[in-house]
Design a binder for this molecule. Sequence first.
Ligand code: F0G
Length: 352
Amino acid sequence: MYQGLLEKYKELLPVTDKTPMISLYEGNTPLIPLTNLSKELGIELYGKYEGLNPTGSFKDRGMVMAVAKAKEEGAKAIICASTGNTSAAAAAYATRAGLKAYIVIPDGKIALGKLAQAVMYGADIISIQGNFDQALKAVRKLAETEAVTLVNSVNPYRIEGQKTAAFEVCEDLGKAPDVLAIPVGNAGNITAYWKGFKEWNELNQTGLPRMHGYEAEGAAAIVQGKVIESPETIATAIRIGNPASWELAENARDESKGKIDSVTDDEIINAYRKVAAMDGVFIEPGSAASLAGVIKDIKSGAITKGETVVCVFTGNGLKDPDTALEVTEIPISKMDDLEDMKKHLQAGVGKL
Ligand code: F0G
């Protein structure tokens, strides 16, 4: 029976005899063939649906490892800055491990579902007027002097846990895809996937993908080559102007002969709606940056017809119902009479 990531990949992770084997049965997420989009786009497209992790995002992979190591090393508490998903995962795994979780979030800029999770898992929530980058600066300072272990992706155990997603992609496809398309915020995940693909290839000769990372245009520090002081995007998950793993992301791009590009909020929203409406996969706006980038790259020729492309769908759409309802006309017809309902159905599909 599947027992979670630490157990499954213990030989490839920094797991020792002393590591507590905590788990919420994270990982093992489906690689969903996006058959309708594949037809429209002329490629073989898959979604690595990380929204099906226990707290609804890929962060569970890194957090199970980071929290287990913090516990192993005798920590009493963990701390992180977050745009919402890291804090939800930190809070859940801290609870499992019997640690206290402090989370620092940008006031009013995290999706409602993510905040609800932190509240329910029992985190100590600190809200700042500043943005994610300022929150990260604060927690890095606090972790130097206070009795708390930092679990942002600057903690190397986070990257170790997150690299397992690349293992799963290779196991499912039997090889690496031609292109791995991924949203970029703080740039930890693109770093982790690249590490995972390289390690898996060493062991299993599965080849390497071109890494295509996509930032939101209003927060595209790596693309513009400069820190963005006031990042803005509808995709609050990746509203980050000074990515901590900047250089590592550039390494992944260069070593893999890939690219890091930006996508506009309109492109993000278009992709966000399209994958739900065409292939039945509801992802959060930040996650849709991967698909938005793929659509852009097919137009420009950076991805060619027939290629195998995996989009990392980092978080579940249910995290952010507000955005879903804001960007869509809500097609609800009000009626109570059965005859009216019959007429409505017949207008749609005809008579039996
Ligand atoms: N997608 C989602 C849904 C995210 O929550 C994040 C990051 C990313 C993509 C980008 O990943 O930072 O490794 O490049 N969320 C962090 C958080 C910042 O606090 O939850 P990255």
